[in-house]
Design a protein. Sequence first.
Length: 272
Amino acid sequence: MAEEISAPDGRTIRYFDTAPPDPSGTLIWHHGTPQTGSVIAPLAAAAAAHGLRVISCARPGYPGSTRRPGRTIVDAARDALLVADALGIERFASMGASGGGPHALACAAIAPERVSGVVTFASLAPYDGDESWFTGMADESALRAAITGPDARERHAETADFDPASFTGRDWAALSTSWAALGADAQAGAADGPAGEIDDDLAYVAPWGFGPEDVAVPALVVHGGADRVVPADHADRLLARIPHAELWLRPSEGHVSVLTGLGVALEWLAAV
């Protein structure tokens, strides 16, 4: 069920909370682009199997959360910390997929005393102006527009269509079976318009407000070797900068199918 809190600046932050009885720990999940922030069924089931409570926030501009133009990765991560504060949660693990990866890392960077460990799936690395950052992306047009600025990214949203070639056969298979809820939630995340997605893309290519080297807690970087949305080179870039990071490269997996390793990643979090 969706709940809401008010940020100090008056914005509404929508969040979702599985709140099982007597959880063994709490996981803050950072959603991809676009999504609603809902704790979708495969995530809820995997977390429940490990006794975990899951909290997830809709980033500004997504349904139920007030837009915040110009937000950075750290800005959105601080919203998650506000929700944790409101719920009295002092200690938690941080996990994010795709565009949620940078936000999961941000929580770990700015609140190391509260984050026990962090996991990313198919995460972007910071944009450094190097053209090779785009190498291997099936469709980099939205991110290139974001580099030009908000107006260009807004114009891109007026005509953009998803390129099916961005997903591999394994991705489509996952979306038609165990991760079908992800596709449905992505559509719901865009139902109120592209504001959240636009602001996400602008934040990905701007300074994040922290560096991967600021992540001092144990980190697991999970990536599909066949990813066409965020190529595996981004995992190497993160691994080179995060001090205590491990890489789990899944050579045959794509951007969505890499999430089939969620259970193993949760076991890794339990171990650290």
